[in-house]
Design a protein around this ligand. Structure first.
Ligand code: SAM
Length: 340
C-alpha cells in the first residue's frame, strides 16, 4: 500500500492538508513567531496549514519507524538470550564465537562492497557518462514536491552506486531549500557527484554544444548515448503541471534536446512523461545493456503501459514497480545510501 508523501510516480500524494476544505477552514495554522504581524490571506493560511500538517505527519511517521526498529532489536536480543539460556556452557561459547565471526564476515563484506562502489563511482567521474539533474525549478514546486524530488535524488544516487557502469551525476542550480534539504541527507557531503550552485549553462559554458536536455516534448529521439554529451534531466516533480517547461528552457538556451525512444518500443497508457528517477534508471540500464526495450520494460511500471505490451514481454518484466521510490522503499534506501 502506498503511504502519504510520495506516490508511485514519485509525485507527492495529497497529504491530509490537501483535503483542507471549507469544512475545516475553522482550523487555523500556527503562525511562526518573529514574522511580521500582518494577517495571512486565506490562501496563505491554507498553504501554511498544509505544510504544518505535512511536517507533523512526517515526524509522526519517523517516530513510528524508530519505535518499530527499537521493538525489533529488542525482540532479537531476547531471542538471542533465550537461545543461550537453553544450552550447555560449551555450546554457549560456541554460539557466541559463531555470532562474532558472522558479524565480522558481514562487516568485511560490506566494507569490500563500499570500496568497490567507490571505485566504480570514481571511474565514472573520470570517464563515465555525465548526467545532470537540473535543480533550477524549486521555485515552481511546493515544499512537498521539493521533498519528493530530494527523495528521488537520493534514490537515483543509490541506484547509480549499485550499477556496474554508473554515470557521473551532477546536481546543478543547487540552491536554497533544495540545497538545504539535500545537505540534510545522511552522508550527502561524501557523495561522489558534482554539486554546483551555478546553472549547468554557466558551469559548462565551454561545452554548450554537448549539452542535451532530455524532455518528453522534444522531436528528436535519443538513439544512442554519447560519452561526450551531458544529458540533462529536469529536476521537477509537477505532475506535468508545468507542461513543456524544459523544452522551452532548452530552446531559449539554444541547446540540444531529445526524448527517450519510448514510442519505438512500447505503447503507454498515459503520457510518456516519466519521473526523474525513472529516466535516470532507464539511462543506467541502457548503459549496461545497450538495449532500450529491455530498459523500458524493466523500469516503466506496468500500469503505465498498454496491455498488448505486457503480454508481449512477460519474460522481461522483472522489476515491475520496484523502481518506484515509494515511501517505505525510500525510508530503507536512506540507510542503504552508503556513506564513505
Ligand atoms: C517529471 S518530468 C518533468 C516534466 C516537466 N513538466 C517538463 O516539462 O519537463 C522530469 C524530467 O524527466 C525527464 N523526462 C521525463 N520523461 C521523459 C521522456 N519521455 N523523454 C525524455 N526525458 C524525459 C525530463 O528531463 C523531465 O524534465
Amino acid at each position: 500500500m502506498l503511504e502519504a508523501g510520495i506516490d508511485r510516480d514519485g509525485a507527492p500524494l495529497p497529504t491530509m492538508g490537501a483535503a483542507v476544505n471549507d469544512q475545516n477552514d475553522a482550523e487555523k495554522p500556527t503562525i511562526p513567531e518573529g514574522g511580521d504581524q500582518q494577517p495571512l490571506s486565506k490562501n496563505s493560511q491554507k498553504k501554511l496549514l498544509k505544510q504544518q500538517r505535512y511536517k507533523a505527519k512526517k515526524a509522526e511517521k519517523k517516530a513510528l519507524m524508530k519505535e518499530q526498529k527499537k521493538k525489533e532489536a529488542e525482540r532479537k536480543r531476547k531471542e538471542w538470550e533465550e537461545s543461550l539460556e537453553s544450552v550447555t556452557e560449551e555450546e554457549r561459547l560456541k554460539l557466541i564465537e559463531t555470532r562474532k565471526s558472522l558479524r565480522k564476515e558481514r562487516m568485511e563484506k560490506r566494507s569490500g562492497e563500499k570500496e568497490m562502489k567507490k571505485e566504480r563511482l570514481m571511474k565514472a567521474k573520470e570517464c563515465g557518462q555525465n548526467v545532470i539533474i537540473d535543480l533550477e525549478f524549486s521555485h515552481l514546486m511546493t515544499p512537498t514536491e521539493i521533498n519528493s524530488l530530494v527523495q528521488q535524488i537520493m534514490y537515483c544516487y543509490a541506484v547509480n552506486g549499485r550499477c556496474s557502469s554508473p554515470a557521473h551525476l551532477w546536481l546543478t542550480g543547487c540552491n536554497g531549500e533544495m540545497e538545504e534539504q539535500l545537505k540534510r541527507l545522511p552522508g550527502f557531503d561524501k557523495w561522489i557527484i558534482e554539486t554546483e550552485n551555478k546553472s549547468y549553462i554557466e558551469a559548462l559554458q565551454d561545452c554548450k554544444e554537448n549539452l542535451v536536455y532530455l524532455t518528453a516534448d522534444s522531436e528528436n529521439v535519443l538513439e544512442e548515448l554519447d560519452l561526450k554529451k551531458f544529458y540533462i534531466i529536469g529536476g521537477l516533480v509537477d505532475r506535468n503541471r508545468w507542461k513543456g517547461i524544459t523544452m522551452k528552457k532548452a530552446e531559449e538556451q539554444g541547446i540540444q534536446t531529445a526524448k527517450l525512444p519510448i514510442g519505438n518500443f512500447l505503447k503507454m497508457s498515459s503520457s510518456q512523461v516519466l519521473t526523474v528517477n525513472q529516466v535516470l534508471e532507464i539511462l543506467l540500464k541502457f548503459l549496461e545493456r545497450k538495449d532500450w526495450k529491455a530498459s523500458f520494460f524493466q523500469v516503466i511500471p506496468q500500469r503505465k503501459r498498454c496491455q498488448a505490451d505486457l503480454e508481449d514481454n512477460g519474460e522481461e518484466d522483472k522489476a515491475e514497480e520496484e523502481n518506484e521510490p515509494k515511501d517505505e522503499q525510500l525510508a530503507s534506501k536512506k540507510e542503504k545510501v552508503e556513506v564513505f
